[in-house]
Design a protein around this ligand. Structure first.
Ligand SMILES: [Zn+2]
Length: 117
């Protein structure tokens, strides 16, 4: 399995916990190897491994849509416009924070899309 960041793992786990019905997992996880029975999604590794490529793409698309809604791409506030210096500094600050948040969400989306189900 691809090494995923904690954030991406958390997204997949939450999705897996909600969407996975009862069933037998087929991953050769540590729990199975130790206990010689499938763990039946008792372990995080199996819950994450069971999420398919299309499901991961769907999650990535949802994350991108959320980023577009909450922290859409914005133009950098320009110094020469209607800002007083204080306000401009504050606007720049906000701009960079939002840009950073957006980048982090999109990075999770890219990671999910690049990972194997
Ligand atoms: Zn397992």
């Amino acid at each position: 399995m691809t090494e995923l960041s904690p954030a991406a793992q958390e997204v997949l786990l939450n999705y897996g916990n909600k969407s996975r019905g009862p069933g037998m997992c087929i991953s050769l996880c540590q729990a199975w190897m130790d206990g010689d029975e499938p763990c039946n999604f008792a372990c995080d590794a199996c819950r994450i491994a069971a999420i398919s490529k299309p499901e991961r793409s769907g999650l990535a698309a949802a994350l991108r849509a959320a980023a577009d809604q909450v922290v859409p791409e914005e133009r950098k506030p320009s110094a020469d416009s209607d800002y007083h210096l204080m306000n401009w500094t504050k606007a720049l600050d906000t701009y960079y924070q939002r840009k950073q948040t957006r980048a982090e969400i999109l990075a999770i989306a890219a990671e999910l899309e690049g990972s194997n189900g």
